[in-house]
Design a protein around this ligand. Structure first.
Ligand SMILES: [Mg+2]
Ligand SMILES: [Zn+2]
Length: 212
């Protein structure tokens, strides 16, 4: 459908080449693929239970990679385990401060994430939560709230548990070694795509797109 048919379709005119905005609406339109991104060790350096916004450091290429997703109209949705909250190391306010600093640094580089979901629970919590990765609760919620087709989505992180939801939900997993001080890549099943960082991961998502 030509968005030019709609009077006042100003959003569709924002793209520089005159093509329609790639962002489909949520009003009953077909679900679209998203890229689910782990945060710590994937977008920012994993400082282990980071609660101080001054400690936020973007990983090399992370902002540029997310900007590519933005330009392609693919939702970039953060899904992050924050067990530091459940363990009592810090609170929701500290989590939000670190997240705000992360998003400010991304914004300086012209990138944004479309949504953020976090699990605040500690592993082994009773009753067990359904949101700590590798559980899929947050992905299912994100799909409902953002019109995401989980089977066509990508699950990106520096831990195999970030990718495990793809096995149940039908998408594809990409393991980034970026912040890795562990042997996740050695333990990865053969079908898991292993890349060095987020830029390489996004190149797998958008192979037809010219690299920036
Ligand atoms: Mg991580
Ligand atoms: Zn949880």
């Amino acid at each position: 459908m030509n968005p030019g048919e709609f009077p006042g379709a100003s959003g569709a005119r924002r793209t520089s080449d005159g093509s329609p905005s790639p962002h489909p609406g949520k009003g009953g339109r077909p679900a679209i693929p998203a890229v689910f991104l782990d945060r710590d060790g994937t977008i920012i350096h994993d400082a282990h239970y980071l609660s101080d916004p001054e400690g936020v450091r973007l990983l090399p290429g992370a902002a540029a990679a997310i900007a590519r997703l933005n330009a392609a109209g693919i939702p970039a949705i953060v899904v992050t385990n924050q067990s530091g909250i459940g363990r009592g190391f810090f609170g929701e306010a500290e989590f939000r401060a670190v997240q705000a600093r992360t998003e400010a640094l991304l914004a300086e580089a012209g990138a944004h994430v479309d949504a953020v979901y976090h699990c605040p629970h500690a592993p082994g919590a009773e009753p067990p939560c359904d949101c700590r990765k590798p559980e899929v609760g947050l992905f299912v919620r994100a799909a409902e709230e953002h019109g995401v087709d989980l089977e066509r989505s990508w699950y990106v992180g520096d831990r195999l548990r970030d990718l495990a939801p793809a096995e149940r939900l039908g998408g594809r997993g990409i393991l980034v070694r970026a912040g890795a001080s562990h042997d996740e890549a050695e333990r990865a099943p053969a079908h898991v795509v292993v890349v060095e960082g987020l830029q390489e991961a996004v190149a797998r998502v958008l192979p037809e797109d010219d690299a920036n």
